[in-house]
Write a protein that binds this ligand. Structure first.
Ligand code: CP
Ligand code: NVA
Length: 331
C-alpha cells in the first residue's frame, strides 16, 4: 500500500501514476488544506521552492490554482507562455527540461501532446505535473472527486454519469478516477466519440476490483438513470475548434438540461449534483455562444442549487496544493 508520504519527488503525468491510496490520500490532504485556508491558516510547506508553469494552451483555473497554491505555502511560481520560450522551437523539449530542472523544483505543464509532458519529466529531474494535455487532465479529476466527496462523503458506490464528448481529456481522466475510487461510471456519448475499447476495458477492470463498474451508454435518458453526479464538458476541446459545427449537431441530444436531470430519478430527493470542469457554454454571454446560446448545459441547470461547479473550481486550488505539498514538501 502506498500513500501520499511516498509521493516525494514524483510526477503526475496521468492518473495511472497514482495508486488508489495516493488518490484518497491527496483528497484527504486537500480537504485539510481547504479547512485550514478557510480558517485563515496557511503554512510554509513550499518555502524556498520554485515552480515553473509552462502553458501552450489558455487557462484560467489551472494557472491561478497553481500560482495561489504555491504562494499560500511560501513557494513561488514563474509563468512561462510557450510562445515566449524556446521549448520545441529553437531548443528541444529535452534541453529545455534539463535547463529548467537546474533552476526549478517542479514544473506544471499545459499543452497539446502528452509526449511533451513525458519528455519534461524524463529530462528535468524534478516532479512534473500534467495541467492538461490532449490526452488527459489528471489534476481536474482530483478536484472532481473532492467535490463529490464533499457532497456525499464516501465515493465508493456512487454513480457518476458524464454526458458529451466521451473521449476527451476530462472524460477519460474522470472515468479512471471514478474507477480507482470504486464508483459506477457511465460514459454517455455518441458511438463516434466513445473512448477506445482498450481504455474502457482497463477502467472497467480497475473499477470491478474495487466494487465499481464502467460502461458506455448512447441513450442519454437511459444512461443518466440513478446518477448522483451528472458531469459535462465543452463539445470541442482546445485545438479542435474546426470541428465546432459537426460537434454541435452530434452532441445536441446529450445537452445537460432539466429533462436530463429529472431522468436521473434523484432530483426530487436532492441526491444528484451537476459538475463541469469549466469554462462552460451555458448562456449567450460568450463570444462563441452569443448567437446560438447554451450548448453542453442549459443556464437553469448551471445556476441551480444542485450545481457545484464553483466549489469544483475552488477545489482545483486545494487539490493542486495537495499535489505540490505531497511531491515537494521537505522533511
Ligand atoms: N478546468 C480547467 O482546467 O480550467 P482552465 O482551462 O481555466 O485551467
Ligand atoms: N476538454 C477541455 C477542457 C478544458 C478545461 C479542453 O481540453 O479544452
Amino acid at each position: 500500500m502506498r500513500d501520499v508520504m511516498d509521493m516525494k519527488g514524483r510526477s503526475l503525468l496521468t492518473l495511472s501514476d497514482l495508486s488508489d491510496e495516493e488518490v484518497a490520500g491527496l483528497l484527504d490532504l486537500a480537504l485539510r488544506l481547504k479547512q485550514d485556508k478557510h480558517a485563515g491558516v496557511c503554512g510554509q510547506r513550499l518555502a524556498g521552492q520554485h515552480i515553473a508553469l509552462i502553458f501552450e494552451k489558455m487557462s484560467t483555473r489551472t494557472r491561478c490554482a497553481a500560482a495561489v497554491a504555491a504562494a499560500d505555502e511560501g513557494g513561488r511560481t514563474e509563468y512561462l507562455a510557450a510562445t515566449e520560450i524556446h521549448l520545441g522551437k529553437k531548443e528541444s523539449v529535452a534541453d529545455t527540461a534539463r535547463v529548467l530542472g537546474r533552476m526549478f523544483d517542479g514544473i506544471l505543464f499545459r499543452g497539446y501532446r502528452q509526449e511533451t509532458v513525458e519528455l519534461l519529466a524524463q529530462f528535468s529531474g524534478v516532479p512534473v505535473w500534467n495541467g492538461l494535455t490532449d490526452l488527459s487532465h489528471p489534476t481536474q479529476a482530483l478536484a472532481d472527486l473532492m467535490t463529490i466527496k464533499e457532497r456525499f462523503g464516501e465515493l465508493a458506490g456512487r454513480r457518476v454519469v458524464y454526458a458529451g464528448d466521451g473521449r476527451n481529456n476530462v472524460a477519460t481522466s474522470l472515468m479512471l478516477a471514478c474507477a480507482m475510487s470504486g464508483m459506477h461510471f457511465v460514459n454517455c456519448t455518441p458511438p463516434s466519440l466513445k473512448p477506445s475499447d482498450d481504455l474502457i476495458a482497463h477502467a472497467d477492470s480497475v473499477a470491478s476490483q474495487r466494487g465499481g463498474t464502467v460502461r458506455v451508454a448512447h441513450d442519454p435518458h437511459e444512461g443518466v438513470a440513478g446518477a448522483h453526479a451528472v458531469y459535462t464538458d465543452v463539445w470541442t476541446s482546445m485545438g479542435e475548434e474546426d470541428q465546432f459545427d459537426e460537434r454541435v449537431a452530434l452532441l445536441r441530444p446529450y445537452q445537460v438540461n432539466m429533462d436530463m436531470m429529472q431522468a436521473t430519478g434523484n432530483l426530487e430527493q436532492d441526491e444528484v449534483i451537476f459538475l463541469h470542469c469549466l469554462p462552460a457554454f451555458h448562456d449567450h454571454r460568450t463570444k462563441v455562444t452569443q448567437k446560438i446560446g447554451a450548448l453542453e448545459v442549459t443556464d437553469d441547470v448551471f445556476e441551480a442549487p444542485f450545481s457545484k461547479v464553483f466549489d469544483q473550481a475552488e477545489n482545483r486550488l486545494h487539490t493542486i496544493k495537495a499535489l505540490f505539498v505531497a511531491s515537494l514538501e521537505k522533511g
